[in-house]
Design a protein around this ligand. Sequence first.
Ligand code: HAM
Length: 416
Amino acid sequence: MITALRGTHDILPGEVEKWQHVERIARQLCERYGYVEVRTPVIEREELFSKGTGETTDIVQKEMYSFEDKGGDRVTLRPEATPSLVRAFIEHNLEHTLPSAKLYMMGPMFRYERPQKGRYRQFHQLDVEVFALSDPAIDAEVIDLAWRLIEALGIKQTELVINSVGCKECRPKFHEALLAALGDDLPKLCGDCQRRAKTNPLRIYDCKVPADQPIIDALPHSIDYLCEPCKTHFTAVQAHLTSWEIPWRISHRLVRGLDYYVRTTFEILGETLGAQNALLGGGRYDGLVKQLGGPDRPGIGFAAGLERLVLALPEDTTLATTPRAFVVAIGDDGRAEAIKLVRELRRAGLAAQMEYDARGVKAQMKRADRVQARVTLIVGGDELARGEVTLRDMSNGEQRGVVRAAVVDEVRKLMS
Ligand code: HAM
């Protein structure tokens, strides 16, 4: 038997309705906030992520699906969407062609991680990005969209955590303070942390090794080293969140695992999810567009893991289902009429099906039950003689004859 790869999943009926629900709500909200959809390729040049996501991140160091294609190009299955959307923003000059560069997309991402609940090798994100706006109100608006998404999905027991990681002006001072505070403890940290101390000390905060945690918990906080403009920005973001009645907590450890962040970072955590508890995460990345060869434009956004949103959906979520009609045919004449009727219903925009194998009425009725038909229509010799169809309302079992010409309207009434 050939099975799906470890860390990848088929999304089957029974589960897929939850995905459709999450995707529909996400789409509605994005449109309501003025975002337009963009779809970028799943495969990109490797350097987009090594430069964009950042050489010192775990993603680039350990988790990318990168290979040489048959033409000799180094390519990567995207591990995240932000660099792809930045590339598209630059490549298509979206700043000038769109009324405002507020973009969203949904699709699969790939990271070679150790799979566990909520963490997969192929997973899906809703990704939202805003380019060219630097006012703290836009940070708050992006966080508001994230917050409302969780609220609209009815996900409870969540917490918004925020932080500011400073900018290229104040970051070096913070790095110095980190290294100074580590001092003699540095050799006690894991190999990854020793490397991080050399390449990008901020990344030490990404460490998950239990033995390192007491040392890391005692390290200085980025918000104590912010320059004046970063401090003012962070204060303003918090003031907006307060006035919009969004509760939050500052988390000093929230430096996020990607290199491009400056100033605001945030995550929404779901308490029911276990170890992989980040429903979504994001932040500001003001230098990234320039770094990837575009104009010097700021940016901010977030991505939500669709698997995690689906996992956190409340049990009692009402999922939209399409009501169906099932047509039962008796005898050859009935069958010919049933085929006509199914086509007529479908053309009228209603979901209808029938059994094509000539089977007994009982077997067909069973099938109507299995497909959870809302209405069953029975067409046989008797009905044909009367110019009628027997209509059975499956919610209460009531059965009545309906004039053939009125069938579509009657079915529509019952299925609306
Ligand atoms: P990220 O924190 O790496 O950020 O991922 C965002 C979300 O994707 C996570 O909070 C989680 O819900 C989901 N996720 C990440 N990895 C996995 C996985 N292996 N399995 C299942 N779900 C996962 C980013 O990707 C940034 N591009 C977000 C961003 C957009 N920042 C600014 N704009």
